[in-house]
Design a protein around this ligand. Sequence first.
Ligand code: ZN
Length: 163
Amino acid sequence: MPASVASNKVVSIHYTLTNDDGDVLDSSSGGEPLAYLHGAGNIVPGLERQIEGKSVGDKFDAVVPPSEGYGERTGPAPQAISRDAFGDVEVEPGMSFVIEDDDGNQTPLWIVDVEEEHVYVDANHPLAGETLHFAVEVIEIRDATAAELAHGHVHGDGHDHHH
Ligand code: ZN
């Protein structure tokens, strides 16, 4: 029986992500496939759920609503902060960073606009509120190693690391 996608498998996929308008937002085409640890929340929940049970060679389209993707857009409009706060760091729209408060709570923020004096940051993921359209091909399925399971992510070629 051929392997199928299940928890604790390392799954390699080629994918192209488009929005409702058909604009390509991201794609592995022309590069290495994306390898991830299935069942560990490495990819958006709606895509992970729809890959479950697939086999090598399967090609399919997965439509993922915001609730199973990057969430609905919430909270205040993007906030302006002084560009000086970034020092010499080159900032541009699309970059993300993490702020930490005095209690150690971490919040990711995305830069949405850069002006001469101010940088506008948003707490929403850039794809929040978007319905995601994935065209997927399953390339490889293998068992995860003990270390990968312990860490909750893939240790691929050239991605070995020590924690
Ligand atoms: Zn690791």
